[in-house]
Design a protein around this ligand. Structure first.
Ligand code: CUA
Length: 192
């Protein structure tokens, strides 16, 4: 029997050139890789998937102070011990994440632009607004400012989607979007 090891190469032509079909599939796979690769930068500019927000470094203590100032200025009530804040149109809105709550509760107006600042005081948290399909990292030491414009009235929940400790699953916040008359629900739903 003819044997060989890694040290002795096999005799003769032991390999066959790739079949035409194999080469074709490698070509297709490579082409598709290039398409997916191009999608990443393309989607940034065309897809609106990665909004270009304002990012800057911030000291967590300074962010806390700024948020408290924001709350003091525009507070309209309290919900389960968390202040409810109704900022005026076009204003800078501050939302603070910490183990295991979101502060404050936001009361925003429909079709109105705001700059929503997100930052954390302790560890990484995740901002996702149920049932809207958005998802942002909330990182201590960074102020992430998003230009937002609510397009639907309702009572939304902020779900923390980054594991942040033992109470992670309880970390739920609230955003209420009201119309110009201060109503939360769409007329069609309110009638029922
Ligand atoms: Cu905050 Cu999970």
């Amino acid at each position: 029997m003819d044997t060989h090891t890694g040290l002795q190469s096999p005799k003769g032509i032991w390999w066959k050139p790739a079949h035409k079909a194999e080469r074709m599939w490698v070509g297709i796979a490579f082409g598709w890789c290039m398409v997916l690769f191009a999608m990443m930068p393309l989607w940034h500019f065309r897809g609106g998937q990665n909004p270009a927000g304002i990012r800057r470094r911030v000291d967590p203590a300074a962010y806390y102070k700024r948020t408290m100032e924001f709350i003091k200025t525009y507070q309209v009530g309290v919900d389960h011990g968390i202040p409810v804040v109704a900022p005026p149109p076009g204003s800078e809105v501050y939302l603070m994440a910490q183990q295991f709550q979101w502060t404050p509760v936001l009361r925003l107006q429909l079709n109105t632009e705001y700059t929503l600042h997100l930052s954390a005081l302790d560890v990484n948290h995740g901002f996702s607004l149920f049932p809207v399909n958005v998802n942002f990292q909330v990182v201590p030491g960074y102020d992430y400012g998003l230009r937002v414009k609510p397009t639907e009235t309702g009572d939304f929940r902020i779900i923390c989607n980054e594991f942040c400790g033992i109470g992670h699953h309880t970390m739920v916040g609230r955003v209420v979007v009201v119309d110009s008359l201060g109503r939360e629900l769409k007329p069609a739903r309110a009638v029922q």
